[in-house]
Design a protein around this ligand. Structure first.
Ligand SMILES: [Zn+2]
Length: 372
């Protein structure tokens, strides 16, 4: 069920709006001495053109605040953030768990309150898809293909060499771009896509097994899968440890779990903070670093085999755009930088340099189901 913006606002404004509005991104510095629970998780700020209301529906659909990874309740607030992609109302904080350092969005909307942050025009759900692979030169210009060969692939995807009899699952299939790639390899493809529109489009493929439930409730037979893929999905999950344990159980011994996530250990995160394109609150509920990912994977029965830093600058150009929107005086600088980054040779070279320095804004992780 999709809710009107007013109701979403009320739901996400569940916490007491005690202090003055902290709506502006320029006021995104929290008092670090305050414990998390004293922070107003929602304020009565206007965001975009949507009205804001603290009505009866403010009986919040938000998750409890204990860390899903270690159970600790204490956390340090880093900065305030809002939905910049769609301009939907709600004020959120990025907080760091005091024990395990996992970064999370707080408060964390759930259920229909969260669904409302995935409007029909949410790009990854559109038919054309937004995230292209990078395992092979595409249909780009000859110059682009030559540069790709020179610098290597962008390594957005990493696909194991499995036989045609393999059975694989993709979490969050969205537009179905990767599903088509998997089908082309002759694999038995299972696609999990909770969103109604994309799930209906995936169902057009007679040979694809479409699962429409949330990943947390997916029922998978033990040791039945050879690989599970999740491209820019784990940060959206309500409860990553629960889902990863399910995946581990569903994989055959040595099976692959390959996924990509934004990298909150990157310089982009440190510099742009609430304007970081890949922050994408409140859709991104978790903001992983290689260290917190390693802890999550280890606790879920995986061993990390490889971590690739993607050679893409999408986060950087998107963050510059947000900066230009926020700071008119800096807009010309931000836009000039965006233009400078546009030529393929610039984006490839800078992307490759950042990846080599392990400072990519997005990482791809190859994990294997550990024995025992
Ligand atoms: Zn923790």
């Amino acid at each position: 069920m999709r809710l009107p913006p007013r109701q979403v606002a009320a739901m996400t404004m569940s916490r007491r709006a005690t202090s003055a509005s902290r709506s502006s991104a320029s006021k995104d510095r929290a008092d670090l001495s305050q414990p998390l629970r004293s922070i107003p998780g929602g304020t009565s700020s206007h965001v975009g053109s949507h009205p804001n209301s603290l009505g009866a529906a403010a009986a919040a659909e938000t998750a409890t605040e204990a860390c899903v990874l270690c159970g600790a309740e204490a956390a340090t607030p880093l900065f305030a953030a809002r939905d910049r992609l769609h301009g939907l109302p709600g004020q959120f904080w990025i907080v760091r768990c005091a024990r395990c350092a996992l970064l999370r969005t707080s408060p964390r909307p759930t259920g229909s309150a969260l669904s409302a942050y995935y409007p029909d025009d949410y790009a990854p759900h559109r038919e054309a898809g937004h995230e292209r692979g990078g395992s092979a030169p595409g249909a780009g210009s000859p110059l682009r293909d030559r540069l790709r060969r020179w610098l290597g692939t962008r390594r957005i995807w990493w696909i194991p060499d499995l036989p045609p009899s393999a059975r694989v699952l993709e979490l969050g299939s969205g537009s179905g771009h990767f599903v088509r790639v998997a089908l082309a390899r002759g694999w038995e493809v299972h696609a999990l896509e909770p969103a109604k529109g994309p799930a209906a489009r995936l169902a057009r493929y007679a040979c694809v097994h479409v699962h429409q439930e949330p990943a947390e409730t997916l029922d998978l037979p033990p040791a039945s899968l050879d690989a599970v893929f999740a491209w820019m999905v784990v940060e959206h999950l309500q409860n990553p440890p629960v889902v990863l344990r399910k995946i581990r159980s569903a994989l055959r011994p040595g099976g692959y779990f390959v996924f990509s996530v934004p990298n909150a250990r990157s310089w982009e995160f440190a510099v742009f903070r609430s304007r970081w394109y890949a922050l994408d609150v409140p859709r991104h509920l978790w903001h992983f670093t290689p260290r917190t990912l390693a802890r999550l994977l280890g606790a879920s029965g995986f061993r990390v085999e490889r971590v690739f830093h993607q050679k893409v600058l999408k986060n950087l150009t998107g963050s510059l755009e947000y900066l230009a929107l926020d700071r008119p005086t800096l807009a010309w600088v931000a836009r000039a930088l965006e233009r400078a980054l546009t030529p393929p040779w610039v984006s490839f070279t800078l992307g490759a340099a950042l990846a080599a320095a392990r400072q990519g804004g997005r990482i791809t992780v190859v994990a294997r189901a550990a024995d025992g």
